[in-house]
Design a protein around this ligand. Structure first.
Ligand SMILES: Nc1ncnc2c1ncn2[C@@H]1O[C@H](COP(=O)(O)OP(=O)(O)OP(=O)(O)O)[C@@H](O)[C@H]1O
Length: 258
């Protein structure tokens, strides 16, 4: 399992600074969540970690190595993989076909979707293992378009697992899910963090507070606070940032637990 570190990480687009001088340690083998009001810079920070954005200033280290300028596909090969807010699965394919495509892509055989030699080989073992891991073994023959939204999110994470990540960055996996599906997703993400380093961007505060080891709070592109869920909940600056933004998630959670 591998950790991430940023040093004075910044990106600027014209006059806008979505991320401004963020230095953080993301511990290996832990579940770290990044929260903050709308427009705080969470997705931009994510994009800097994964290589979708190149920083204007600062550094990103993965496994102790400087990966600041490494392109996305090379980072994935090193074990740093992300999911996107927008679902990224093939609708017409079944769960196991989707995973097979992703596994075969890693093996450099993406054009041989139904290659006979793979049917009982290591690719198929891996497809079965990932299907189990994402909790969809009974849905393996179901086409992606017939899955519930929550199950599609599990499948999307399965596609990321097919890259064999050491660190998995999840961009709002609970987006569009109801309370029940979100709590199931939360349990699933927590389970993933037993074998991977997980970095989570998520608005669903009750789940974030219940599953995270560490929470980083961004506000206006800067690191406002970091700490355990209890420390973050008790932090007046964090409450102020949420109140000031017009989003009341954090204070509501506090009220709910009062
Ligand atoms: N490529 C870009 N060009 C110009 N401005 C950008 C770009 N990417 C992000 N921004 C701006 O940077 C700020 C932070 O955006 P970002 O999407 O990172 O925030 P966020 O915390 O993920 O927000 P949300 O919670 O609403 O998804 C916003 O004002 C956004 O408009």
């Amino acid at each position: 399992m591998s950790g991430l570190r940023t040093e004075n990480l910044s990106v600027q687009f014209g006059a806008v600074k979505p991320v401004d001088g963020v230095s953080v340690e993301i511990a290996a083998g832990k579940l770290t969540s990044i929260i903050g009001p709308n427009g705080a810079g969470k997705t931009s920070f994510f994009n800097l970690l994964t290589g979708l954005y190149l920083p204007t200033r600062g550094k990103v280290y993965f496994d102790g190595n400087d990966v600041t300028d490494m392109p996305v596909h090379q980072k994935v090969r090193c074990g740093l993989t992300r999911t996107f807010q927008i679902l990224n699965v093939f609708d017409a394919l079944t769960v196991e076909e989707n995973i097979r495509v992703a596994v075969q892509r890693r093996h450099g055989r993406s054009r041989k979707l139904f290659c006979a030699a793979d049917v009982h080989g290591p690719v198929e073992d891996e497809v079965a293992e990932i299907t189990e891991r994402i909790r969809l073994p009974d849905k393996r023959k179901v086409r992606a378009c017939d899955l519930s939204h929550g199950h599609r999110r599990h499948l999307e994470i399965g596609l990321s697992l097919a890259t064999r990540p050491k660190t998995l960055l999840l961009d709002e996996p609970m987006s569009g899910l109801g309370m029940y599906e979100s709590s199931i997703m939360g349990e699933f993400v927590r389970e993933l963090a037993q074998s991977l380093t997980v970095v989570l961007v998520e608005h669903h505060m009750s789940v974030v507070l219940s599953i995270s080891d560490t929470i980083l709070v961004l506000s206006q592109g800067r690191l406002l606070a970091s700490g355990t869920p209890a420390e973050i909940q008790a932090n007046p600056a964090v409450q102020e940032a949420y109140l000031g933004s017009g989003r009341y998630d954090l204070p509501q959670e506090r009220a709910a637990h009062a």
